[in-house]
Design a protein around this ligand. Structure first.
Ligand code: 5GP
Length: 252
């Protein structure tokens, strides 16, 4: 069998040329990194869980009419996606204060925000993905005003969808990060939700106990990351039948 052409290797995923033009295979690795890759580990099974969870969220978004790059899951570690030009921004939506917002503004983690707060970071590992304003985005031509209107609308729709889905399984969506891609149909450009949506890129707290079920478990050494992600997958019903339940070994 012909070897696939690797297009890009990131911290958590590798991208290969897809079987048809305009498609890409996203391979989910088990590598976990935090603090701009200063903390690293390999967490067995993380890639499988994120592949299944990202498929679940992307399909849900498509079903409510939010465009995404997702085409289909290929196997336990790979999914086929539409090739797109990634806008070099991390789009962050926050419902409760946590992480860098809590630190930057001195707000206690867990405080509900008066409304969803949308932030943009410039995607550049060397610079540590700095927070930027719409002024920077316009001045440096990363996205047009029309793009920004569409990005805001996509981000808020994803927020409403994810908040509702997670609420239904007893989990509070604290915040999340998405990436947006441009796809071209001839001369026509559309923006789609790209990359992945998984506990790597969200903060998820159990509504009853406040237990963290996301990558903060790894960032802050709070227990087993696999157990946390398995718990999210179990509650959403996305684990293949016969998967052993998560052991209750998490600490807060
Ligand atoms: P914070 O700015 O508080 O560190 O992160 C806000 C949200 O965006 C969190 O849910 C966090 O997981 C997500 N996030 C921010 N930067 C990145 C990143 O570079 N990679 C991933 N996977 N998620 C990120």
């Amino acid at each position: 069998m012909a070897r696939r052409k690797k297009i890009y290797e990131g911290k958590a995923k590798t991208l290969y040329e897809g079987p048809e033009p305009g498609t890409i295979v996203q391979y989910f690795k088990d590598d976990a990194t935090a603090f701009n890759a200063q903390k690293k580990d390999v967490i067995e099974g993380k890639g499988v869980l994120n592949n299944l969870l990202s498929e679940y969220f992307m399909l849900g978004l498509i079903n409510i009419g939010v465009p995404t790059h997702f085409l289909r899951r290929l196997n336990m570690r790979e999914q086929l996606v539409r090739s797109c030009e990634i806008i070099p921004l991390e789009v962050i939506v926050r419902n409760f204060a946590a992480g860098s917002l809590a630190t930057r503004l001195g707000i206690e983690e867990g405080t509900q925000l008066p409304r969803p707060v949308v932030e943009y970071c410039y995607k550049d590992d060397k610079l540590g993905d700095p927070l930027v304003t719409e002024e920077h985005i316009a001045a440096f031509g990363w996205a047009s005003q029309q793009d920004m209107d569409d990005i805001l609308s996509l981000a808020l729709r994803v927020n409403d969808f994810l908040s509702g889905v997670m609420y239904g399984v007893g989990i509070k969506l604290i915040d999340f990060k998405i990436e947006i891609g441009r796809v071209f149909d001839g001369d026509f450009q559309r923006l789609v939700v790209a990359d992945e949506i998984s506990p790597d890129s969200c903060r998820l707290w159990d509504i009853e106990t406040g237990q963290k079920l996301d990558k903060d478990v790894f960032r802050r050494d709070l227990g087993s990351l696999t157990d946390a992600y398995t718990e999210v997958a179990r509650r959403l019903g996305v684990l293949p039948k016969g998967t052993a339940p998560a052991k209750p070994t998490l600490i807060n």
